[in-house]
Write a new protein. Structure first.
Length: 324
């Protein structure tokens, strides 16, 4: 195992964690502020991925980046006003059942419209290619195209897909913007206060219902960003939303229900676990060890969840009384 291999596993772990972080952040935002367990969040990602394909094919990828999150924001508000608002005071089991049923309906609708197979999601020219990381003293041939980033501890140079690196950067910017909005804006202050005492805000003349609808729309908007930038990585097919929902929900549980920072840390932990398990399996020389590590890839997420919840039953940053 070389330093270059470890570096690539680290970057791959960041990329895997980035997808889970975007989806889990939307889930956590909705649960942490509205108290709703939204099992239809994977369906929002699915809608975003298909919308991104359609818009990029018809209007170009640049417009897809702008339009798809806006479309998902509108879809989120429509979902909250048309269905979710009636389940705010209902048990979490009712919320899970109705949103899970909605996710199945959306998945079957996408299968009916677009078919059951993967559909191609072509990368734009500016997002294709490789990023080259090079170490100190490395001589990089001029003929090699693409962005070049110095990395002192790398031996020679290594390549990483440019789009996957862009996904990491977009995730970081999205999460920073969300944290800034919640912590440093009047809207974020009202939302956080509304979760502690919504009746008092109503007495003060604040339209809490409107704010909560916007929060749900923001959660859907984040799923829209994930669909645009994650679609080319995860592929676009009807089952992909549910396939991403389960590990993303585990990320929320591991991090602690309602904890944004916990979800981010858990996403990073899951991404690194998957990346290093896959990397060590590929590098294993012993056939038996290789088979064990290959099998471990399928369950490593659940093993991490078991270990964390045995040590901290409420998750890494879970609070007493939340979802208990």
């Amino acid at each position: 195992m070389t330093i270059n291999s470890i570096f690539l596993m680290l970057v791959t772990g960041l990329q895997l964690g980035a997808i889970y972080a975007l989806i889990a952040t939307g889930l956590t935002l909705i649960f942490g502020t509205l108290g709703v367990v939204n099992f239809a969040h994977g369906a929002l990602y699915l809608i975003a991925a298909y919308a991104a394909v359609v818009v990029s094919n018809e209007l170009g990828f640049g417009l897809a980046i702008v339009l798809v999150p806006i479309i998902l924001f509108v879809v989120g508000i429509a979902m909250e006003r048309g269905l979710i608002q009636f389940f705010y005071r209902r048990p979490h089991t009712d919320q899970i059942l109705v949103t899970f049923g909605l996710a199945i309906v959306v998945e079957e609708l996408m299968r009916w419209i677009f078919g059951a197979n993967n559909i191609p999601f072509a990368l734009p020219a500016w997002g294709s290619g490789q990023v080259l990381f090079y170490g100190l003293g490395a001589v990089v041939p001029e003929a090699i195209p693409g962005l070049r980033i110095p990395m002192p501890f790398v031996n020679g140079f290594v390549f990483f897909p440019a789009w996957r690196l862009l996904l990491i950067i977009v995730t970081m910017l999205t999460i920073v913007a969300l944290f800034a909005m919640l912590q440093f804006t009047r809207f974020g202050l009202v939302v956080r206060a509304g979760m502690r005492d919504p009746e008092m805000l109503r007495f003060l003349g604040v339209n809490v219902t409107q704010r909560f609808a916007i929060v749900f729309g923001l959660g859907a908007l984040i799923a829209g960003i994930a669909g645009v930038f994650g679609g080319p990585v995860t592929q676009v097919s009807p089952p992909v939303g549910m396939a991403l929902l389960v590990p993303s929900f585990l990320v929320v549980v591991i991090g602690g229900m309602g904890s944004m920072f916990g979800a981010l840390l858990a996403a990073l932990l899951i991404g690194m676990s998957l990346s290093f398990t896959t990397g060590f399996a590929a590098a294993a020389g012993d056939p038996l060890l290789k088979d064990i590590l290959t099998a471990l890839q399928q369950i490593v997420i659940y093993l991490v969840a078991v270990v964390v919840l045995l040590i901290r039953p409420r998750g890494l940053f879970g609070k007493k009384g939340v979802f208990e």
